[in-house]
Write a protein that binds this ligand. Structure first.
Ligand SMILES: Nc1ncnc2c1ncn2[C@@H]1O[C@H](COP(=O)(O)OP(=O)(O)OP(=O)(O)O)[C@@H](O)[C@H]1O
Length: 304
């Protein structure tokens, strides 16, 4: 049984089914059925990889950790989820990934994810957790190959294409040299890239990444973010990622939600969310926000 299955379920009533009118797609964060749209364009949640989350609530250990969270991400959009420690970001990603019991709805291309078999769901949503327990004796290649499981028929083994996809992902993440290495013998940053490799090998249209860069050196941070962005632009991948590095989030995401106390406190374009005022209020930090290339916000810590 997974950790998610052991955790306590469900707050509040079930969320509504997908909304279909223009009014229903209005950009009003935190209301059931509403939410920001990754590029400011309304989405009907029915295009390839379009993600809609409505009325998402999670109770853990009798405590409401997420309350009535809603947002839309257009197919091919990149939504960054930001917020202070304990705000509920990882919980949000885990609920969307379907590994945590929740109230509310998650829709991909209009389909209610909770109604799909785990196998069908895994073909739609790939999730790279922050620091999963890894089997120490498994090789890097075999672990990344697990991403192909939803495509391998029951009672069969992977085929040549599964191995090719896996090898190609490892190469793009600088992991080819480590393919035969046991997971127990990797550094923190190498482990993090292997977890990402497994998610990418899944080739799902929606990719959820929980803090994908925390253990990475600068070069590998850039490599991972650029790779994800290239996949997004080339294949229309829809990306949702939590990120503590607000400038990095502002550089890559085209929409942002700020989570605070389990609710969405602000939502919109990065420049609308990454303001000195909002960061001061929700992170208890003093910062200066400047405008970088392309008008994207850059956040600098300032000594009080
Ligand atoms: N199994 C659990 N039982 C009870 N409370 C939990 C459980 N898991 C997480 N929480 C609580 O839920 C809240 C949200 O946790 P979550 O991990 O989603 O925060 P986060 O925003 O991702 O934080 P961080 O930035 O530190 O990673 C926290 O207060 C945490 O202590």
């Amino acid at each position: 049984m997974s950790a998610g299955e052991q955790e306590e379920t469900v707050a509040g009533e079930q969320g509504e089914a997908t909304a279909e009118t223009a009014e229903d797609t209005a950009v009003t964060a935190g209301r059931r059925g509403d939410g920001p749209v990754a590029d400011g364009t309304p989405t009907d949640g029915r295009r390839a990889g379009g993600l809609r989350v409505t009325g998402l609530s999670v109770v853990l250990d009798r405590r409401t950790v997420l309350s009535d969270v809603g947002f839309d991400v257009r197919a091919g959009g990149w939504l960054a989820v930001v917020g202070a420690n304990g705000a509920g970001k990882s919980t949000l990603l885990r609920a969307v990934a379907g590994v945590l019991p929740h109230a509310g709805e998650v829709l991909v291309d209009g389909a209610q994810v909770r109604r799909l078999s785990p196998r069908r769901r895994a073909r739609l949503i790939a999730y790279a957790p922050q620091s999963p327990a890894l089997p120490a004796d498994m090789t890097v290649f075999d672990y990344a190959l697990l991403g192909r499981t939803p495509y391998i028929p029951y009672f069969s083994r992977e085929d040549r294409r599964d191995r090719e996809v896996t090898a190609s992902v490892l190469e793009r993440l600088d992991l080819t040299e480590l393919a035969a290495r046991r997971l127990g013998h990797l550094s923190g940053g190498e482990r993090q890239r292997v977890v990402l490799a497994r998610a990418l090998a899944q080739q799902a249209p929606v990719l959820l990444l929980d803090e994908p860069t925390t253990a990475l050196d600068l070069g590998h941070q850039q490599q991972v973010m650029e790779l994800v962005d290239r996949l997004r632009l080339a294949d229309g991948l829809t990306v949702v990622t939590t990120l503590h590095d607000l400038s990095l989030a502002g550089q890559y995401a085209d929409a942002m939600v700020l989570v605070s106390g389990g609710r969405i406190a602000a939502a919109g374009a990065p420049a609308e969310v990454l303001t000195g005022e909002l960061i001061g209020e929700h992170f208890d930090a003093r910062v200066r926000v400047s405008t970088g290339p392309g008008g994207r916000p850059e956040v600098h810590l300032e000594r009080p």
